[in-house]
Design a protein around this ligand. Structure first.
Ligand code: RP5
Length: 198
């Protein structure tokens, strides 16, 4: 239940676990209808693909048991409107639970989860993902003094890369993986124009 989950988050926040065993990135979203955009990117690719396929992260489903991979993310569905208490508990405990950055996605015209999470989790950085085009203004429209970094609608893939860029300032290994991924983007660029001119 939601209250069990809230209790568990607070309990985990009191545990003194080594950094290698706690999730590095938290992915939260307002509804399970956001899962596809947030994780697989629908017709594009999403945060899950960026983390697992491109950067060698693993999903940590259980706070107690870290996977073999050093860098991990966790995924939670929590709504600013349906479960504001769970949203607040997640954001309040994020830093103590060992997270370095949160990716928060929501859709609709009242996409409040990213900005509320950013306000409560401050100073932890939060990257907002508007799940739909109509959610963009709601996600980016933060008052002066309340920062939230955001990507374009549906671009959870880029949110994962941005989260990794934040981690890369601290972990050379993540930096190297990002550079390798970026170098790979060069493959194929330029090919079409050469073929057209041959
Ligand atoms: C938002 O409302 C959620 O993030 C979701 O994108 C949208 C619709 O949610 P459901 O009605 O599909 O659960 O808060």
């Amino acid at each position: 239940s939601v209250s069990d989950l809230i209790d568990r988050l607070h309990e985990e926040a009191t545990q003194d676990r080594p950094a290698a065993e706690t999730p590095d990135v938290g992915i939260v979203m307002g509804s399970d209808s956001d899962l596809e955009t947030m994780l697989t990117g629908g017709e594009r690719r999403g945060a899950y693909d960026a983390f697992v396929d491109e950067l060698g992260f693993a999903e940590q489903t259980d706070y107690e048991n870290a996977p073999d991979e050093r860098f991990t993310f966790e995924t939670y569905v929590t709504s600013a409107h349906r479960t504001p208490d769970l949203m607040a508990a997640y954001a309040e405990t994020a830093e103590e639970r060992g997270l370095d950055v949160i990716i928060a996605g929501a859709g609709g015209k009242s996409a409040d989860l990213p900005n509320m999470t950013a306000s409560i989790a401050y100073p932890l950085p939060v990257i907002g993902v508007p799940v739909q085009e109509k959610s963009v203004d709601s996600v980016i429209g933060m008052p002066t003094g309340a920062p939230l970094v955001a990507v374009d609608a549906g671009k959870s893939f880029n949110a994962a890369l941005s989260a990794a860029q934040i981690l890369a300032r601290q972990y050379d290994d993540v930096r190297d993986r990002l550079v390798t991924y970026h170098d790979g983007l060069r493959d194929g660029v330029g090919t079409v124009s050469r073929e057209l001119h041959d």
